[in-house]
Design a protein around this ligand. Structure first.
Ligand code: NAD
Ligand code: GLY
Length: 359
């Protein structure tokens, strides 16, 4: 078991990583405020892992809610169903919410915790690689709006993150790859050695090798914890964590949030950002090909959905939280391991990239 900290003064919290942690009541206890605990999960994760968590919480007043599974349910209706359940069970302000699942459950439960009675504590128990390396850490919570991804949300830090790597054994290859996309992101934006390590070791990850998975979870969380500690509310550096996301969110929105996994959309988005960086004269072609090759080896998509046009991209990309004074801002790469947020790009370079990918 290894522990990292997200240093945020009196809101600091640990990220605990290891196998078999869901059964360990002693890990959860210090972070539970009051006697009421509400575990929210989804219909896929519940039969796999809910028992492990509830067994370790027997001594509490416990309520469980099982949500439908899918990004398309990361919406107001699901949020409302959580509020209904909390109120029907007379849950007080000292209730602790526990999010057991992937990034969708984590984001929506975190947002419910941020809003319920103006904020109750919550704990993240991430069960996908994507959630363990990214979404469970950092306190971004949200639901999607039909006009845009994660458009309605709040910053609300968890009390702790407990990443049981044993849960990753039930992920399928597609979900594993989606998590690897966010891992590759850390290499691209701030760690060229980590990117090179991934090039060397991607097959171990794809074989679900325990040591390789634990290494990338810890490295990714170390990066994320540093960025969040430096810039919790995304006034600057944190925006770099959105490499590929502006293009990717457009793909997710254009496909109705139900065909592409978030990590898959981010993968193509990162290649689009790398291509644009090359056209800006920053990245060389060899670097772009290294990005493409690693994504392909990870089993991630490198082409956009068939029917998406440049104007589909633009109309979705203009609904992005990084848009400033009407201008789309993009995370681009100066080199592998060095990213920058830019609004100062020629429009025809963006148009060229979109034309190339939607051809
Ligand atoms: P997800 O939550 O939809 O999980 C993917 C699939 O895996 C789902 O079908 C889920 O039920 C299933 N699953 C979860 N754990 C499992 C397990 N252990 N075994 C078998 N199946 C399991 O998707 P995700 O990729 O985890 O997260 C994507 C979401 O995270 C997106 O909504 C994205 O916007 C969000 N996100 C948020 C942040 C943030 O900082 N808050 C960062 C990155 C991504
Ligand atoms: N995944 C982007 C962020 O947490 O800022």
């Amino acid at each position: 078991m290894a522990t990292l900290n997200v240093e945020l003064g009196d809101r600091s919290y640990p990220i605990i990583v290891g196998s078999g942690l869901l059964r360990d009541e002693a890990l959860l206890t210090p972070y539970i405020v009051g006697e009421e605990v509400v575990v929210v999960t989804n219909e896929t994760v519940a039969p796999l892992y809910l028992d492990q968590v509830t067994t370790s919480l027997k001594s509490r007043r416990l309520v469980c809610q099982v949500l439908p599974d899918g990004e398309q349910f990361k919406n107001f209706e699901t949020l409302q169903s959580i509020f209904d359940m909390l109120l029907e069970n007379r849950c007080s302000r000292s209730t602790t919410l526990i999010a057991l699942g992937g990034g969708v459950v984590g984001d929506v439960v975190g947002f419910a915790a941020a809003c319920y009675q103006r904020g109750v504590p919550f704990i993240q128990l991430p069960t996908t690689l994507l959630a363990q390396v990214d979404s469970a850490v950092g306190g971004k919570t949200a639901v999607n709006h039909p006009h845009g991804k994660n458009m309605i949300g709040a910053f609300h830090q968890p009390a702790c993150v407990i990443a049981d790597t044993g849960t990753l054994t039930t992920l399928d290859r597609r979900q594993l790859a989606a998590g690897i996309a966010e891992v590759i992101k850390y290499g691209l934006i701030r760690d060229p050695e980590f990117f090179a390590w991934l090039e060397e070791n991607i097959e171990s990850l794809l074989r679900f090798d325990d040591d390789a998975l634990e290494f990338v979870i810890l490295e990714s969380c170390r990066h994320k914890a540093q960025v969040v500690a430096n810039d919790e509310r995304e006034a600057g550096e944190r925006a770099l964590l959105n490499l590929g996301h502006t293009f990717g969110h457009a793909i997710e929105a254009a496909t109705g949030y139900n065909r592409w996994l978030h990590g898959e959309a981010v993968a193509v988005g990162m290649l689009m950002a790398a291509t644009m960086s090359q056209k800006m004269g920053w990245l060389d072609l060899v670097a772009v090909e290294r990005v493409r090759a690693l994504l392909l080896r990870a089993g991630l998509p490198v082409i956009v959905p068939d029917k998406m046009s440049s104007s589909d991209f633009i109309s979705h990309m203009t609904v992005d939280k990084k848009v400033l004074s009407g201008r789309i801002r993009l995370v681009l790469l100066k080199k592998i391991g060095d990213a920058t947020l830019s609004s100062d790009y020629p429009d025809d370079v963006l148009a060229e990239v979109l034309a190339e990918f939607t051809r």
